[in-house]
Design a binder for this molecule. Structure first.
Ligand SMILES: Nc1ncnc2c1ncn2[C@@H]1O[C@H](COP(=O)(O)OP(=O)(O)O)[C@@H](O)[C@H]1O
Ligand SMILES: O=C(O)C1=C[C@@H](OP(=O)(O)O)[C@@H](O)[C@H](O)C1
Ligand SMILES: [Mg+2]
Length: 170
């Protein structure tokens, strides 16, 4: 039985799009926990954030991610999951955490308007502040880091597959 793989990283780094292809290549299941949150709450993510605020959203995100009980699965949570302590401790127990890393410039180019995309930003916080705040969390939780600057999505997928194979055989 293969251990789960859990993707972490900034929004738009590719956790969902890379995750599903990696799952297919490795014969694993794929779970995007943003979709689980929407199903369980019967609301869209942006509605939850608007109605519950940043703290309320993180509580829901923590609860849903901490109760994912699966094997042989690739799991792609939302970018803010790294603030959810219980969820991250759970993920460290049930799988290998892969940090998809990209520079601020790469991410900013992909996300023109972070607020419209539903990124969890505090009052007055810039996207640059958010990037700097999150990097230490990503680094703390990562078992594997894959850098995607200058890569096409196909390269990122190959780099992830190679990094996972090396990690698991070491
Ligand atoms: N090298 C790359 N690696 C991953 N995604 C890329 C890359 N280049 C462009 N993209 C695009 O970036 C977007 C990532 O979106 P998504 O998978 O929803 O990210 P996340 O789930 O991390 O928020 C997709 O539209 C994808 O096609
Ligand atoms: O990083 C964030 O603050 C968020 C990222 C989103 O997921 P993706 O990372 O898959 O875009 C989603 O969970 C929510 O809108 C908040
Ligand atoms: Mg996603």
């Amino acid at each position: 039985m293969k251990k789960n793989l859990i993707f972490i990283g900034m929004p738009a780094v590719g956790k969902s799009t890379v995750g599903v292809v990696v799952a297919k290549r490795l014969g694993m299941r794929f779970i995007d926990t943003d979709l689980l949150i929407q199903e369980q709450e019967n609301r869209l993510l942006r509605e939850i954030i608007a109605e519950e605020g940043e703290e309320g959203f993180l509580e829901i995100e923590n609860r849903v991610n901490a109760s994912v009980n699966v094997e042989n699965s690739v799991i792609s949570p939302g970018g803010s999951v790294i603030y959810c302590r219980e969820a991250m401790e759970h993920y460290k127990k049930i799988g290998t955490v892969v940090y998809l890393q990209a520079s601020y410039q790469t991410i900013k180019r992909r996300i023109r308007s972070p607020r419209k995309r539903g990124v969890v930003l505090k009052e007055g916080q810039t996207f640059r502040d958010l990037y700097n705040e999150r990097v230490p969390y990503f680094e703390k939780y990562a078992d594997i880091t894959v850098c995607e600057d200058g890569c096409r999505i196909e390269d990122t997928i190959e780099n992830v597959l190679n990094a996972v194979e090396n990690y698991q055989s070491s």
